[in-house]
Write a protein that binds this ligand. Sequence first.
Ligand code: ATP
Length: 238
Amino acid sequence: MLVIDDLKVSYGQAKALQGASLKVNAGEIVAVIGRNGAGKTTLLRAVSGLVRPSSGSIKFHGREIAGLDPDAVKRMGISHVPQGRMIFADQTVEDNLLLGAYIIFGKDKSRVMANLEREYARFPRLAERRKQLAGTLSGGEQQMLAISRGLMTDPPLIALDEPSLGLAPIIVEQILKNILDLKRQGTTVLLVEQMAQAALQVADHGYLLHTGQVKAYGTGEELLGSQEVMRRYLGEAV
Ligand code: ATP
């Protein structure tokens, strides 16, 4: 579904991605793990058109999308749920969701409303708080809102940037269950996480990014069982 080949991205002198290649098969959860500054966010930003790669290719269903602007990428079927959620704090929950759908089918009211109800069914907490200002939600609820907003356009592929950030372990468990549900419902997931163990537990395949390059690849289970990945690159006890 998504094939990234030899992707390079720089911010001025800083080389954030130095020839990263990876694949996402339709229907899978693919985790990208790595320490702070490994280039994970940059990878997602390049996929969704927020940064322009200096070279390399990003193909979605066989079509080159590297360098397209973010709206075009979204229209092609990729939703990016950014790190830190980036919800509109002074808008209601419902307005945040409606804004998520606007760029694609602003005028197709019945589809927007159907998707709104689907998202409320997915996260009843959001339904209860539909008129509440989004900035007053808990961190976990804001993450649910960010995911739902991304789903309002029925994307075949959703890219999630550190959904666990700042959340209590019990809420992280809940979000991981939601991600597994997304997969069951047919959405492909590209999941960037610093919490490697949690991400690899739900991932079909995973990639370890280190200083802008892929240093290891395997099934979630293989990477979880790799001493080299867990100790050398992530510094985690195994
Ligand atoms: P984190 O989990 O901390 O977000 P990451 O793996 O997502 O880390 P990136 O945010 O992609 O890493 O950063 C990769 C590298 O690019 C880092 O060295 C970072 O300092 C640098 N970088 C990221 N954004 C910018 C920017 N806007 N300007 C300059 N350098 C940047």
